[in-house]
Design a protein around this ligand. Sequence first.
Ligand SMILES: Cc1cc2nc3c(=O)[nH]c(=O)nc-3n(C[C@H](O)[C@H](O)[C@H](O)COP(=O)(O)OP(=O)(O)OC[C@H]3O[C@@H](n4cnc5c(N)ncnc54)[C@H](O)[C@@H]3O)c2cc1C
Length: 1003
Amino acid sequence: MGALQTEIERRGERIFDLVDQHPESLFSKAGFYQRMMALSMRDEHFKVQLFRFVDVLASLHRGTDIVQHLDEYFAGMRNGYAPLIRTGVRAAKIVPWVSGQLLRWNVSGMARQFIAGRNPKDVMKMLRKRRSQGIGFTVDLLGEAVVSEQEANEYASRCLELLEHLGRETRGWTDPLGKNTELFPVVNLSVKISALYSQMNPADPADAIIHLAPKLRPILRRARDLGAFVNFDMESYAHKNATLELFRTLFTETEFRDWPHVGIVIQAYLRDAENDLLDLLDWGRARRTRFAVRLVKGAYWDFEKIKSRQNGWACPVFLQKPESDLNFELLTRILLENESTVTAAFGSHNVRSIAHAQALADQLGIDRSRFEFQLLYGMAGPVKRALVEMGYRVREYCPVGELLPGMSYLVRRLLENTSNEGFLRAKFSENVSEDELLRNPADLISQGPNGARHVEVSSDGASLDTPAGDTYENAPLVNFVYEQNQDRMREALAHVRTQLGQKYPLVINGERVWTEKTIASINPSSPEDVVGHVAEAGIPEAERGVKAARDAFEKWSRTSFETRCRLLERAADIMHRRRFELSALEVFEVGKAWAEADGDIREAMDFCRFYAHEMRLIGRPRLTQHVLGEESYHHYWPRGVALIIAPWNFPMAILCGMTTAALVTGNTVIMKPAEQSAVIGAMLMEIFEEAGVPRGVLNYLPGKGSVMGAHLVDHKDVDLIAFTGSREVGLRIWESAGKTREGQRELKRVICEMGGKNAVIIDADADLDEAIVDTIYSAFGYQGQKCSACSRLIILEEIYPRAIERLLNAAASLRVGNPEEPGIMVGPVIDGTAFKRILEYIDIGKNESRLAFQRADVPQKGFFIPPTIFTNVSPKTRIACEEIFGPVLSVMKARDLDEAFEIANSTEFALTAGFFSRSPANIERAKAEIVAGNVYVNRSCTGAVVGRHPFGGFKMSGGGTKAGGADYLLQFVVPRVVTENITRHGFAPETTPLYRDEFLGPR
Ligand SMILES: Cc1cc2nc3c(=O)[nH]c(=O)nc-3n(C[C@H](O)[C@H](O)[C@H](O)COP(=O)(O)OP(=O)(O)OC[C@H]3O[C@@H](n4cnc5c(N)ncnc54)[C@H](O)[C@@H]3O)c2cc1C
């Protein structure tokens, strides 16, 4: 064993001895809290329910509501304590007012264990007490998630007030160690930058800095005047780079360059923590003034894991706990070895991590007064006491705030205290031996597939982990947190800009066809810029297209499905290669923001791979039943010539989705993109040509819907029409396709996806932090031009005033502008016609209801419509019933949930809907009662992912199809069954294969 390990063990044992002199269980508060935590650790389901209940409790005011939630969360428990819990719930129901308040009081008690005071005045009692114990403080203001600039500005003012108060109240306080005091001001404020700017976007750290710096400067100036210290806390990975950059930018400014009392957090659970720390040290040396780093493991481990899994990103955090512990030690060494540049604060409750820092500091000859240990308020009290006794500097992290904003903080702490892998639980609750607790983390890392040395991470942040088995995996989204991806997008935009204005021919039977007439596709942000001139197909070209497709059908329909699947997969690979270029083109041609454009390209790739995957599942004839003496195989044939009519709002994804579904099932295709996005359509054609689509199998025919589109719809040789677009056109197609023309072979199949008038309901107990952000995104993301967009918001009366206030402020804070800039949320609407139509609706709205909000500062050039919100909207008015397809939101108030559902279901559409609630019973009701094809609970109602959220509506929203779902391909085929009597003279084979080779269609 090395000398360092021996010393760590010696130190650790000493800390444990001191801890044991003042024994305290992990949950020192006896009674309710202790019992709840003990139960939580024994029963995972109880823990989940308890934390959810705690999360909602602060927003409940009436005793009956509290007891109702208690019942919903706990009455169905199935553990050893179930009878006890049920008795408790029954008793609570008898006197709900009393039991409700009692519960609130108890949970408030839990929160008070971790929150040092309600407000600056209140917290002083605690700080004085700690001072008498030789413990310093850093104070953190708890706040609701900031959804608007108004809330961000309030947070900034509260920080200033807090500073003033602390400065005044601690006058005359001295450093507990009385040594190297110049490094450790008494007043120490921790700030969270996400609470100071509501529009943080990982793609645009520069914008965050532009907005955050002016808000922070007054706080920093005042802190400096007061001789205080300011620390930038670290939050989720999405904000990490902006936080680091902001820190470096501000403290390089002349005004703050020589100020040493500034610090930032490094999270050891991050794989890139070491690089970040080394960069900071380089910066610090160049700056020539000390600064501080608080080293922690990190508080968002579960969140990061979930987020990266959902988006297909490489997980930024280590996956094994000892890896984080080991990295903490590595970073401890870097900090201590650079002690002349940086002042270290070790933020941990783990005695091994603490003992390691102590032992290493000794080995390096660093005096214990030159660094500090920081621990959270309400946690590991005996460890703090032990450290003080050993003569170390200890600072407590003291959150200040009310119960409601404190809830997410409380839940994080509860999770930490009950975590299976956490040190505190191991030591104080499970009595794991000291030897075990002091082991070197390097010895505990297992070298499995999740081990540090085996995780595959691509440099652009996409996950390279391959899923086990034959499951369909979505393409990752581009993670714009990475600078490299931001650069690639900027380069792509610059490159595509040089390509604008080119001419694109039709493609018929593999030949380029030029026409006299062209369609000019313009940039909606800057209408004088033509993105491209696309040849316009008229009726003669439509005829040629149909003939080419008809001729090609014979061979294509007899091509094996595996060959067709591979074509789709090659197309997806090409899209992947050209991903940034295609996204950039969408920014110019249809005004999509970066992430929205990327999402569209991702979806197109997903469609290719998903439909290939699905085709392989249905491609081979499948035995219907095992019957002796007979074989019946069920299989599919293509329908014939498919006409694909796509919209401009998901210009690549929807066009590609419908086209690939037709191709992979063996149909040949006439692809008609929307006129507004015809250049993207040309790109899709180009991609398929490169992928090797045979002549005539895919024909690219942009043109006027009312002329050649209508002609094709009525054409006797078109067997299938897949349409996505407006209700008006959809119904016309539906009707027209119902007529049988002379010479027509097939009954035309129409796959029709139309609009929506989608409602989001905010229940009385909803988490407004989430509901507002997600609703704003659903309503105004891509300017409200997604068919899934929220255009009606129904808020329960009880929560209406607060929700509406936050909603309007959030809308006022949105970034509106040219989407070429990263981080823009609201860009232009698609064209002049849409612009005019939406403005007309806004005028109608002004007559029908109350215009509660309209942005004033939108760009004058381009088709920018100001985000607009109407309130007091009556459900029968035009703006509440008709699809507007723009950034216009109608808000309605509902007395109760019955009324909310009634309003939500009262339109002729049924596409998407959203429901925000923390009542399990109401959530179940919403799942059952909301009439929509896609119902989303506690998340935005847009952003369906292929395979995960098969998408499509019914009623006047469509024919009940589900794009990206398992049954979608079935609409593009006709089913056949072939039965053979295999008995000869009373003899038949015993077994029949489950699958057989394809019956390749008719010649
Ligand atoms: C004063 C103070 C300030 C803090 N400020 C911040 C801050 O600004 N930002 C922030 O993010 N955190 C911050 N934290 C850290 C965080 O909130 C936790 O308290 C801390 O991570 C717990 O670590 P520990 O060493 O005390 O306990 P331990 O029990 O040794 O470690 C628990 C930690 O290990 C990590 N972990 C758990 N499971 C795994 C796994 N399977 N694989 C890999 N790693 C895992 C997690 O980070 C978890 O929190 C702060 C902590 C303190 C004490």
